[in-house]
Design a protein around this ligand. Structure first.
Ligand code: EPU
Length: 418
């Protein structure tokens, strides 16, 4: 199993190319199942989660190629049963459900189990599909969904934690082929949901209001092929922003879209970060001293839960007391115990991490528990005294393209040990 060995202390500077968004690419790849025609997607990041999704598409009957960041798919026929072994490896595979139901009228998918970042039910996905006319039952660890005909309706898709990203995606994709008009209230507004809707529109879907809380979809008889470029990954950009700040560095996030990161930029500026957005990307410069922060994760345009762990790492070496509250996945704090092993002073009160910034962290062997937690540990390692070994790196490879190479190009001392 690979590990990342980081020697702390280097100041990062230079330019880093931000990859295509994982969380846009995954549902967009699933959407290609909606059409028998050719789809061409550019700027697809080469990540293990993307490879899983391509395998799922292939096993469902799609002809898939992936070369130099471009995926081509053609799915003349689609099977309704998803391969358990692949689906269980990646929770995001649930987003094939909407397209399969729309295309085949039935779908079998293994029910996602527990997850290290917290409870991740799919009740709202199923509720939305049920309102369109797709009945579901659970049996033997599988969910069986069938529909004679999908019919558009007004659907409230909120959860007690706000809107659901992949739930909105699933219902929106199924609704493109439903009879009549579907209105999704309390829809997720994340840029990734909007990117998916843009692709569906290119395929011939009739959608308005995407990117807002109310999305209206008028069903059509069939969808065609498309060509699309995936938006830049705002979470990768935010992670490299923290890498620049935590090392007192100066980094240009090439291709990052500041419009997708308004809240992150605002919060970083409130801590003293110097950030300049342009059409080309975002320039990040660390001030002489950062200041502590109070922040709460929320659905878009609020502060993203996928940046919470990285902020905990940054605040663990920022003077003062920070309070970071997690509202989307209230128990997504596995990184705290590992940060503590590196010398961070952190208490968890309910869903709020209270962080007393320390002068120095010290390198230690640590264990990655999920994608963003592993990113936080690498960030902490960049500034810690001595050497940090981040084990179980496969978590980070799910969502960060060549993170070690990109950090090394900015001046970090980081090696992947196989
Ligand atoms: N929820 C329900 N019922 C549902 C669906 C969701 O109660 O049927 C709850 C969840 O338990 C959670 C909240 O609603 O408390 C929001 O979850 P959401 O459905 O939005 O999460 P998701 O769509 O499964 C996507 C991202 C996650 C990201 C979340 C929140 C992808 C592939 N995944 O997951 O990304 O954290 O939205 O923004 O887009 C990551 O990249 O590291 C990652 C975990």
């Amino acid at each position: 199993m690979d590990k990342l060995v980081v020697k702390g202390g280097a100041r990062l500077s230079g330019r880093v190319k931000i990859s295509g968004s994982k969380n846009s690419a995954l549902p967009i790849l699933a959407a290609t199942l909606l059409t028998p025609e050719k789809c061409v997607l550019h700027n697809v990041p080469d990540l293990s989660d993307i490879r899983f999704m391509l395998e799922i598409l292939a096993q469902l009957g799609s002809e898939v190629t992936f070369e130099n960041g471009t995926v081509t798919t053609r799915a003349p026929k689609v099977k309704s049963e998803t391969p358990y072994d692949l689906v269980r490896k990646m929770r995001a595979s649930i987003c094939v459900l909407g397209p399969i139901i729309a295309r085949c009228g039935r779908a079998t998918i293994s029910e996602p189990g527990g997850c290290v970042i917290g409870d991740r039910p799919i009740d709202i996905h199923l509720k939305g599909l049920a309102m369109l006319g797709a009945e579901s039952r659970s049996e033997g660890g599988n969910v069986y969904v069938t529909s004679k005909e999908l019919v558009g309706r007004e659907i409230f898709l909120g959860t007690k934690f706000g809107s659901t990203v992949l739930g909105t995606d699933n219902v929106m994709m199924a609704a493109t082929r439903a009879k009549g008009v579907t209105i999704i209230e309390s829809a997720a507004c994340e840029p990734e949901v909007r990117d998916l809707a843009d692709v569906l529109v290119k395929m011939g879907a009739k959608i308005v209001g995407h990117g807002t809380r109310r999305v209206e979809i008028e069903g059509v008889d069939g969808l065609g092929g498309c060509e699309h470029t995936i938006i830049p990954d705002r979470i990768e950009a935010g992670t490299f922003m923290v890498a620049g700040l935590i090392t007192g560095g100066d980094v240009f996030l090439d291709g990052a879209n500041g419009d997708h990161m308004i809240n992150v930029i605002d919060r970083m500026k409130s801590c003293g970060a110097e950030l300049k957005c342009s059409g080309e990307g975002i320039q990040v410069a660390a001030p002489r001293k950062l200041s502590s922060i109070d922040l709460v994760t929320e659905t878009y345009p609020g502060f993203p839960t996928d940046m919470q762990a990285q902020m905990c790492a940054l605040m663990s070496v920022t003077p003062g007391i920070s309070a970071i509250t997690e509202k989307i996945f209230p128990s997504r704090f596995m990184h705290l115990s590992e940060l503590r092993r590196m010398g961070a002073k952190v208490d968890l009160e309910g869903s709020t991490a209270i962080i007393h910034g320390v002068k120095e962290l010290s390198g230690a062997p640590v264990m990655a528990s999920d994608l963003r937690a592993s990113a936080a540990l690498v960030l902490a390692g960049l500034v810690a005294g001595g050497t940090t070994e981040v084990n179980r790196v496969y978590h980070i490879d799910r969502g960060y393209e060549h993170i070690d190479q990109k950090l090394r190009a900015l001046g970090a001392e980081i090696e992947r040990v196989r």
